[in-house]
Design a protein. Sequence first.
Length: 282
Amino acid sequence: MLLYIFSVSGSNSKIDYTNLIVPLMNKNLPEVNQISDSDITVESQDEISTPRKSRIVSRFLSPALKFWLKSQLQQVEQLKVLIEGGDRQILTGKIPQVSVAASNVVFRGLNLTEIDLSATGIRINIGQIIKGKPLKILESFPLFGNLKLLQSDFNASLQSPLLAQAIVEFLTPLLPSDFLEQLEQPINLYDQKAEFFPGRLHFCTNFLSTSDEKISLTLHTDLKLASSSELLLDNLEIQILQKPSYDFSNQIKIDLGSDVELKELTLNSGQLSCQGRLTVNP
């Protein structure tokens, strides 16, 4: 899930998804009576519902969730949210399940083509929410999801400072020290572009030298799962100024952390998709 929304620092780097998700879930919300449907800006009609017609959901949780979504997403289309559970269950502070489906989502400058997420056993401070207090997650819970990312959306995401910085932190330990000394500091990427092929990723970018000249870099790698919590970059090739690849390990594993479990990662022409589970910690 969301493979490039993290900080990478080399071949054995660990990626902490929860540092991104939990602060968003814990963001302060205004009093419930200040929230209305007009607070939500989406490019097409949104839908938030519960199959049991819970009064708690319709009066308190739905407005709070709508406001949270609005505050975190720059853009979203075809948003659908389903909150499952009756009043008796929710009054105990536990939401049995929440499902979210959306397309063309923009989050922190990252363009996600399609997402389909579900979470179970979410314990929240329902008593405080009813009084207009901020929503808080009280216990860890599993988040299951599917993600589809088109090549065009990934390239749009490359303009995001979050993703660009992650790529710089990944590349820096792999590049020769004499090359790094030639680069403008701090290191920035220019004209970056990626291409998706079956099982293989191509990436090219430019760096700016201390003499204001652009230096091109291209990267080619197979992308697959080494395990449920590790990405494998295999047959990795890096070229600078179109010169032959220099000597370095052409197989690198990236540790996603114990809270991540990927079941499937598929790279096709123009599209990346993955399926997995993430443990969200309070």
